[in-house]
Design a protein around this ligand. Structure first.
Ligand code: MG
Length: 271
């Protein structure tokens, strides 16, 4: 029988099996040695591996979605003081705690420039669904006036993948489509590392972005190939270390609210 043969087999250890047993015993001995050295480490001074400086400063995080205490508030629902058009004061509509694109008024730019940042933006595509593809709820959040995270109604609205909501426009497809229906508020949380240029204007370290769309990771520390372009390949053009954040006028009445930004120190930005 099968059982009988197995028992017989184990009972008659041949030369090969003895070698195998010896190998197993030596592996076990190594295991014991590792365990002993682990115990020896446990007996050291734990204070030798404690790091006390720098001490992270206190930041009041506020309630979920609210601006942390060290954020620059760019839009709290009351006015457009932090923004301007290329040729004058901001003229988008402000009503009911939100701002809405006025077609033809032009894109908005922050009066203040920013480099490495954590940026929180809430946006809403029109609930009256008009247009298709790139023509439905199109706007954009441009870091440093050049690097666009696409804003688009991508709920049941197919377009090219590297141009849908939460894409880094024409450069990186979002990992998933975390879009909410038109008329519902959506969030972007963006971590942006500005590119660095040398004295000759050559890029030394490219820009990177991480994006959460409605809390879902969609871009994970992706590297940008240059400024956002509609036609052709992106390329870097040297620019100063601080540039405005831009919200795009793409003629669709997209709304925004609760926009805040945290400037990151080199240490916070991982540099
Ligand atoms: Mg756009």
């Amino acid at each position: 029988m099968w059982d009988e043969q197995e028992r017989v087999g184990y009972g008659r250890a041949g030369a090969g099996q003895v070698g195998w047993l010896a190998a197993m015993l030596s592996v076990m001995a190594i295991g014991v040695g590792v365990a002993v050295s682990g115990i020896a480490q446990q007996q050291g001074d734990p204070a030798l591996t404690e790091v006390w400086q720098p001490e992270p400063r206190m930041v009041d995080p506020g309630s979920p979605g609210a601006a942390p205490s060290d954020a620059v508030m760019l839009f709290d629902g009351s006015n457009l003081d932090a923004w301007r058009h290329a040729d004058g004061d901001a003229a988008w509509e402000v009503r009911d705690g939100m701002m809405t694109v006025v077609a033809g008024a032009g894109s908005l730019y922050t009066r203040q420039g920013f480099g490495d940042v954590q940026l929180h933006v809430e946006w809403r595509a029109p609930d009256i669904v008009e247009g298709d593809g790139q023509g439905r709820g199109n706007s954009g959040v441009f870091l440093m006036n050049r690097y666009e995270v696409q804003v688009l109604d991508s709920f049941d609205n197919r377009t090219y993948s590297n141009g849908q909501a939460a894409s880094i426009y024409k450069q990186h497809i979002p990992q998933v489509n975390a879009s909410r229906a038109p008329g519902e508020w959506q969030t972007y949380d963006i971590l942006f590392e500005a590119p660095r240029f040398n004295a000759a204007g050559v890029v030394e370290s490219p820009a990177t972005m991480t994006v959460l769309h409605n809390g879902v990771l969609v871009q994970h520390h992706v590297t940008l190939r240059g400024s956002t372009t509609f036609i052709g390949e992106p390329a870097y053009e040297p620019h100063s270390a601080r540039q405005p954040i831009q919200l795009q006028d793409h003629s669709n009445p997209v709304s925004f609210r609760n926009i805040w930004v945290r400037e990151l120190t080199p240490r916070q930005a991982g540099r």
